[in-house]
Design a binder for this molecule. Structure first.
Ligand code: UDP
Length: 255
């Protein structure tokens, strides 16, 4: 394939110029970081699995009418996406207490929350991604009130849909992080779309029966078998990379 111009290198992905204007190629690396880059490592095969898992979930979301930047997967590690203007906010949606919310409020990990909670963090590594409110987001001009309303509506819809999808394969969607972008149409209209990726790197996924962690916490907390956990998520979704797209088995549903 022709060499492409690199646009941006992040911790787990690289963005290259796409084949047509308004497109980018998103390349998934095996690199993993945690605690704002303080912990670094490699999870063999992670990029391939996350590319597949994110493709699958973005396709399902597109099917139910959630607009995303995803166009199509190109190969084992790359996908074609629409170029969007990323809103510098990480949106975290929580169903069960874990990680920072458990620590911050002294809630035992695994406690179901009374309702889904949406939080915002300002994307800024130097500042350690501080938590922010809608007031900060609008006052500092990161997004408008209308954009935040759209982001909340999309986030809750995505949460409802993905919670059901994962429960169907015996997985609890504990929490996850989303990023959104502005997609500019030729008409001049702007649309808020889901961007980035959805994978075990940015979701907490627990086995519904045993609460076994099937996500990046295995890396953050040195629990071992990180790749195996990501593979298990892909296997239950019916999309292990070994199976070609044509003969991919149907999702492994759990009664
Ligand atoms: N998360 C993420 N990127 C970040 C911070 C958090 O993808 O920079 C995800 C994380 O995987 C989890 C959710 O957002 O699914 C909530 O993370 P939390 O605030 O509990 O932070 P953590 O405990 O991961 O530091």
């Amino acid at each position: 394939m022709a060499r492409r111009r690199m646009i941006y290198e992040g911790k787990a992905k690289v963005l290259f110029e796409g084949p047509e204007p308004g497109t980018l190629v998103q390349y998934f690396k095996d690199d993993a970081t945690a605690f704002n880059n303080k912990k670094k490592g490699t999870i063999t095969g992670k990029g391939v699995l996350n590319n597949r898992i994110s493709e699958y979930l973005m396709n399902r979301l597109n099917e139910i009418g959630v607009p995303t930047h995803f166009i199509r997967r190109l190969n084992m590690r790359e996908q074609l996406v629409r170029e969007v203007e990323i809103i510098p906010i990480e949106v975290v949606i929580r169903n069960v207490a874990a990680g920072s919310i458990a620590t911050r409020f002294g809630i035992a990990e695994g406690t179901p929350l009374p309702r889904s909670i949406v939080e915002y963090y300002y994307k800024n590594d130097e500042l350690n991604d501080p938590m922010v409110s809608e007031e900060h987001i609008t006052a500092f001009g990161w997004a408008t009130i209308q954009e935040i309303d759209e982001i909340i509506a999309l986030s809750l819809r995505i949460n409802d849909y993905l919670s059901g999808l994962f429960l169907g394969i015996g997985i609890k969607l504990v929490d996850f992080k989303l990023e959104f972008g502005r997609l500019w149409h030729e008409s001049g209209d702007m649309q808020i779309v889901l961007a980035d990726e959805i994978s075990p790197d940015n979701c907490r996924l627990w086995d519904a029966k045993t609460n076994e962690k099937l996500d990046k916490d295995r890396f953050r907390r040195d629990m071992g078998n990180v790749e195996g956990a990501y593979q298990e998520v892909a296997r239950r979704l019916g999309i292990l990379p070994e199976a070609g797209p044509a003969d991919a088995p149907a999702p492994d549903t759990v009664q």
